[in-house]
Design a protein around this ligand. Sequence first.
Ligand code: ATR
Length: 266
Amino acid sequence: MTETREITGKTRVLGILADPIAHVKAPPGINRIARQRGRDAVMVPFQISPETLPHFADALRNLRSFDGAIITVPHKGAMASLCDEVSPSARAIGAVNVIRREPDGRLVGDMLDGLGFVAGLRVAGIPIAGRSAYLAGAGGAANAIAFALVEGGVSKLTIANRTRAKAKALRERILGLHPDANVLIGDSDPSGHDLVVNGTSLGMRTEDPAPLDFARLTPEMIVAEVIMQPTMTPLLVAAEAAGCRIHLGKPMLDQQLELMADYFGL
Ligand code: ATR
């Protein structure tokens, strides 16, 4: 049984910004955490178009009952430039997935996608410090994961992406913030890495090509997904068949909710 909490004049308001909005999954999770932590706060959906986002950001600066929001598709990049302050890695990535309203009205932002992924690994008993990592992808999700892997202390990060220029650009952005990081550009062969991560969208649809060469998976590798649906992607099926330890996409989301709740001060 979930205990419901009365919304009153003292209730703090949190939002989730998206367009479209109906599919978002976070509000029940955040509201459950708020209840568990005994906080008088509620997350509600805000559907807002990209054109009106700057006006909305201004309104949020002035909305004193507002504490923060989750930012999702298509607003992650635009909101990063509308914030008054963003974390160094969110600036380098060029996207935020959370904002918080400071008491003086300033909006500050951060990108917790990658941190959620790394926290999910940690909770599963897979520490990353000192391990070598192979990352397929250089899109939005992969960018956040790449920074979190480097900031989590991997000994080496190899990035492989269909569009090689995007992998190289990501490498440059990482080195801009972490000049000593060991970041390489790879191909579809993940051989020689402790941790293999799919950061692409490949595997959501049955007709998708493989995100990497499954034939190169070996039993000592840990293979992790960002895709949550389906739970067992072709990569995870192949990894399990190869004797690898596998890590599903869902823990990333669970851990992110906790990180977001912390970010909002719940
Ligand atoms: P997300 O926000 O989910 O990361 P994205 O930014 O569009 O979405 O990134 C999608 C990732 O999947 C990219 O790495 C993309 O490769 P490109 O940068 O070359 O586009 C990868 N991807 C998508 N479809 C692909 C395909 N058919 N073959 C190979 N890679 C693909």
